[in-house]
Design a protein around this ligand. Structure first.
Ligand SMILES: Cc1cc2nc3c(=O)[nH]c(=O)nc-3n(C[C@H](O)[C@H](O)[C@H](O)COP(=O)(O)OP(=O)(O)OC[C@H]3O[C@@H](n4cnc5c(N)ncnc54)[C@H](O)[C@@H]3O)c2cc1C
Length: 336
């Protein structure tokens, strides 16, 4: 039986591991990671399906589109099924407000609906600082439900899990036929990939049950419904590695959200979260054969999803699974 190891238990690692199990049912798959669920970046993501050409900079548009469509097929099927409560997906409507017209054909053609608003529709909502607005219905993924659901699926399919930090890929030599690297920002240290960098974000969870829709602006101010909470953001600090809360950041997010949607001022703050978007332009999805003193090692890389990890994870996982299959076929042919 062939053995595959997936390093990483974020949304990318879990989706990749499940897709390998689906494509290659006879293969044994093990996840190795030093952080799970609550400790990952993925758990805190806002979870909005929002393919944005800015997020996928340096990836050819037709490729980003392919990944987004593949993810959309899965998420929209879940969101409209009776499994939605379990998987954490929901059909969700909201607004994008912008200072410039938004030209994003990837977005418009994929989501359930995306309609430009008229100036009078904007003013009737009290929006005066943004001349452009779009009413959008998309899928929202509640990561605190989706991540455990993915892990349960992986284990139900016979997957094994080990908690351990990999310091060098050569540690896994001889134990697996293919190693899949889904370590996100960890690839900076593990591979010395200095193109990997953090884009720091800060989210504040409040209780505002009177708000049912999400709002996103082109200056990264947003609020997104998540379960019984409303999540306020945001911030994009490039190359800031700090996971500490910053008083000034917190005050800035609250101030911008209060101006955007004044009724948020009445909401009680529940908690806050800081996360580092694992960013690389372009994200890395490819095969590599490592030459080690002990021999050759087949690797598939799938990391660097930046601000679009929820939006692109399933699509890149489907293709990473195919690369694992190709690597195993290559090994088999080499033995014959
Ligand atoms: C504030 C914020 C809001 C966001 N909102 C959205 C959104 O609305 N929509 C969207 O699409 N995306 C969003 N994102 C982006 C999304 O969260 C990320 O793109 C995604 O979580 C990346 O997933 P990942 O699995 O690559 O990384 P991670 O979740 O960081 O997982 C990495 C895994 O690798 C493991 N690992 C790393 N190094 C090693 C090692 N050496 N040995 C063993 N294990 C290792 C870790 O333990 C972990 O399990 C947001 C991000 C932030 C910070």
């Amino acid at each position: 039986m062939s053995r595959v190891c997936v390093i990483g238990a974020g949304v990318v690692g879990l989706s990749t591991a499940i897709n390998i199990q689906k494509l290659l049912p006879g293969v044994s798959v093990q996840i190795v990671a030093d952080r799970f669920e609550e400790e990952t970046t993925s758990i805190g993501a806002g979870g909005l399906f929002r393919p944005n050409t800015g997020h996928t900079r340096a990836t050819p548009e037709h490729v980003a589109r392919r990944w987004a469509i593949e993810t959309w097929k899965f998420y929209s099927a879940m969101a409209t099924s009776d499994m939605a409560c379990e998987t954490g997906h929901s059909v969700s409507s909201g607004y994008i407000f912008s200072r410039e017209p938004i030209v994003n054909p990837i977005y418009e053609s994929i989501v359930f609906s995306c309609k430009q608003m008229s100036p009078s529709e904007l003013t009737s909502l009290g929006i005066t600082q943004y001349p452009y607005g779009y009413q959008v219905t998309t899928v929202l993924t509640e990561m605190r439900k989706y991540m455990p659901w993915l892990m349960d699926k992986f284990k139900e399919n016979g997957g094994k899990v080990e908690k351990r930090k990999i310091k060098d890929l050569s540690e896994l030599f001889g134990q697996f036929d293919v190693v899949v690297n889904c370590t996100g920002l960890g690839s900076r240290e593990l591979l010395g990939d200095m193109e990997m960098h953090p884009v720091r974000g800060h989210l504040i969870r409040v209780k505002a049950p009177w708000i049912k829709q999400w709002v996103y602006t082109d200056d990264d101010t947003y609020f997104i419904t998540s379960g019984e909470y409303l999540v306020l953001g945001g911030m994009k600090q490039v190359n800031n590695f700090s996971l500490q809360f910053d008083q000034k950041d917190r005050a800035g997010i609250l101030d911008r959200c209060y101006k955007l949607w004044p009724s948020i001022q009445g909401a009680k703050i529940v908690d806050e979260w800081v996360g580092l978007r694992p960013t690389r332009y372009p994200l890395r999805l490819e095969q590599e054969t490592l030459s080690l003193p002990q021999g050759e090692m087949k690797i598939v890389h799938n990391y660097g999803h930046g601000a679009s990890g929820v939006t692109l994870s399933w699509g890149t996982a489907v293709e990473a699974a195919q690369l694992v299959k190709d690597s195993l076929v290559g090994l088999l042919n080499a033995k014959m």
